[in-house]
Structures are given as C-alpha cells and as structure tokens.
Design a protein around this ligand. Structure first.
Ligand code: ADE
Length: 225
C-alpha cells in the first residue's frame, strides 16, 4: 500500500513514521509512506498556501489551488500504475473514523491524505477534490497531521505482514464483520502493590482452565467494529 500525505508540516511525520512497526512495515515493502510539502505546489515567490476568508471573519483559510495541483501530480503517477486512490481530507466536520473504515482503507492500493491547517480549508477541497472527509472525533485540533497519523496506525496494523504477530492480531480476536475483540490482559507479577493496596491478576487467568478463561474474556470483551 502507498500512502501519500499532503501537509505543510512534513517533519511531524518523519520521527514518528521512522519508529517502531511502521518503519519495519516500510522496510519490508508492505507499506510505502511519502510526505509532500504543500508549499512546493504554489507558484508565487512566498509560497503562499492561505488567504483571508470571503465574507470576512477571523483566521486564514487554506487555499484550494495548491492542493488541486498536488493532487493532479500525484494522480498522474497513480494513473500510470492504474491505481484509483482514495483522497481523504481530515476535518472535524467529516464522517467519524472507525474500525470499519480502517478495514476498508487497508484494502486500497493507494491513500492520499490531505492535512488541513489554519482556521479552515476552502470548502471546494471537500466538495470537488476529496473522496472522503473524515474526523477522528468531536474535538477541534490545530491540523490534520495527528488525524493522519491515527489513521495510518489503524490501517497499517491491518496490512498482511505489517505487524510482527499478525496471526495473534487477526486470529481469534477478529469478528465476522472484520471488527476486533478487545479484553483486559495481564502479565507478571501476579500481585503488585499500588497505592498501598494489593492489585491482583484475576484468579481465573492463572487457573489454566481454558474454557473458563474464554468465558471470562467473552464477559469482559469490548467489540470494536
Ligand atoms: N482537524 C482538526 N480537527 C480534526 C478532527 N477532530 N478530525 C480530523 N481532522 C481534524
């Protein structure tokens, strides 16, 4: 899978994506992530990406043209590879991101993420350029970079061969509809003192009785779909 990210802060991604399992997935060739500096797609000497809102009001608005130019350049490459990318704009006004969306996205060959900044993004990006407008929750962040990283993590761990122990991830904890079953987990020690009290691992998990362990896990599960 290829993920292209259009942003005015590509450095935000460098450290994070260079770490951990995401960088391993990239080394293995399962995932290829490339950031694109939005200012590189401007044609004025100040590399302007924002302007004042029509109708007045506070703050600056991210312009549509640099994003349109960036997308058309990226899409030339996609067309050569006969790939139809999903173009995602991150915005608090978008459809709420969830596990089902991550599962669908993990089946795509290419995702293009557009990260907003400033007060807002010219609405024509959402209306005329993006295939999806997505929010990661009902709160307003300062930009789409963290939402893009959230989506990358959720998608990357679903790619076959991306996560070290993908069998344990995909195996018994996946639901018929592609969701995940999450239950509480513990490791050694069996007892630990926290705030002057003994915090214990539930006895059933130490019993070796797999039927009872499965029942306990089922009772305490949360299904994430
Ligand atoms: N940009 C700012 N806030 C956001 C949110 N909650 N989700 C996605 N993109 C955003």
């Amino acid at each position: 899978m290829k993920i292209d990210i259009i942003t005015i802060f590509p450095e935000i991604f460098d450290f994070y994506l260079g770490q951990s399992l995401i960088s391993k997935a990239q080394q293995k060739g399962v995932l290829k992530i490339k950031t694109h500096q939005l200012r590189d797609f401007t044609n004025d000497k100040h590399n302007t990406v924002d302007d004042k809102p029509f109708g007045g009001g506070r703050g600056m608005i991210l312009k549509v043209e640099p994003i349109a130019v960036a997308l058309s350049k990226l899409k030339v490459q996609s067309a050569k590879l006969k790939v139809k990318p999903r173009v995602v704009l991150f915005s608090p006004r978008g459809k709420k991101f969830n596990q089902k969306m991550a599962t669908n996205w993990a089946k795509q060959n290419q995702l293009i993420f557009i990260c907003g900044r400033y007060e807002a993004i010219d609405e024509r990006v959402a209306k005329n350029l993006a295939t999806d407008v997505v929010s990661i929750g009902d709160y307003v962040l300062m930009g789409g970079e963290l939402p893009a990283l959230v989506a990358i993590e959720a998608v990357a761990r679903l790619l076959p061969g991306a996560v070290g122990n993908s069998e344990s991830l995909i195996g018994e904890r996946i639901t018929k509809t592609g969701g995940f079953i999450e239950y509480p987990q513990y490791t050694r020690p069996e007892v630990v003192e926290i705030k002057g009290e003994k915090a214990r691992v539930p006895k059933v998990l130490l019993s070796g009785n797999h039927k009872e362990i499965d029942e306990w896990r089922a009772k305490h599960s949360k299904v994430i779909e």
